[in-house]
Write a protein of this length. Structure first.
Length: 271
């Protein structure tokens, strides 16, 4: 079991509602342009069931002075290293859009290290093998804003705020580059279950591209379609929360072998 004496979570991981002795943890990965605070409400609602840890990418909010990272592999390496100090409890992963691809790559690294996650929630993202470069990160600022507006995930008033856009444009461009230049590399697929969530009217991820996640796990796969578009999880928050709790209970009852070893170690600790 990988456990370090010092937890290097100051910059990368946010615990809005920390638990002293959680049964398990859910690590949440934001979408392109997103930040850890996107998952504050998830943390608040699920606090009685699981400790939520939200990822804070470089270049935004309190990390705005840091250079953005435009490579999924580099981000995954950094996050897998940091999460290795939190594997004293079983961990499940939840990622939306860009976050789903990043969570998948972190899960692969965790499994190689012998600390398989309980499972992966892939939300609003194309399967790793279905990723494609649409050149959005190479558009001018106006073109990039237009692409964001199509997703209905950002308030139109915010998109009209020039000062705000100047601040976030480097983050958006970097994140889109990370997504669009990502290529799935051959290798063992996940041995943990994958639960895919997607909006039925998502303009970015088709149902076929969501279904293609099935090829990326040797364990249980399930596709759940919600009403709405790319950011379906805003209007469907209550249903998404119920899905997370339900699947975490199922996965905890029948964890992957490497995750089971962690759970056993926790249960076997002296009081």
């Amino acid at each position: 079991m990988a456990q370090k004496t010092e937890r290097i979570d100051d910059l990368w991981l946010r615990r809005f509602h920390p638990a002293d002795d959680p049964a398990l943890r859910l690590v949440c990965f934001p979408h392109a342009g997103g930040s850890a605070t996107y998952y504050f409400q998830v943390s608040r609602v699920l606090a009685q069931h699981v400790e939520v840890m939200a990822v804070q990418y470089p270049g935004r909010q309190d990390r705005r002075t840091e250079a953005c990272v435009d490579d999924i592999g580099v981000l995954a390496d950094d996050l897998a290293e940091r999460l290795s100090s939190w594997t004293d409890r079983p961990i499940a992963l939840f990622g939306h859009s860009m976050g789903s691809t990043l969570a998948y790559e972190v899960a692969r690294r965790m499994e190689r290290a012998g600390t398989a996650p309980l499972g992966l929630f892939a939300s609003g993202g194309r399967a790793p093998s279905a990723c494609r470069d649409e050149g959005i990160h190479e558009r001018d600022d106006e073109g990039l804003v237009a692409a964001i507006a199509e997703l209905s995930g950002t308030d139109s008033a915010v998109l009209g705020d020039e000062e705000f856009l100047r601040m976030v444009m480097p983050v958006l461009r970097s994140d889109y580059k990370a997504v669009e230049t990502y290529r799935h590399l051959p290798g063992p697929e996940l041995s943990c279950p994958v639960h895919v969530l997607v909006g039925g009217d998502d303009p970015v991820t088709t149902l076929d591209e969501a279904e293609a996640w099935r090829a990326h796990t040797t364990a249980e796969f399930e596709l759940e379609v919600f009403p709405g578009g790319h950011f379906y999880l805003v209007a469907e928050a209550a249903n998404v929360h119920r899905t997370i709790v339900r699947k975490l209970k199922e996965w905890s009852a029948n964890p992957p072998e490497a995750a089971a070893a962690v759970a056993l170690g926790v249960r076997g600790r002296p009081a």
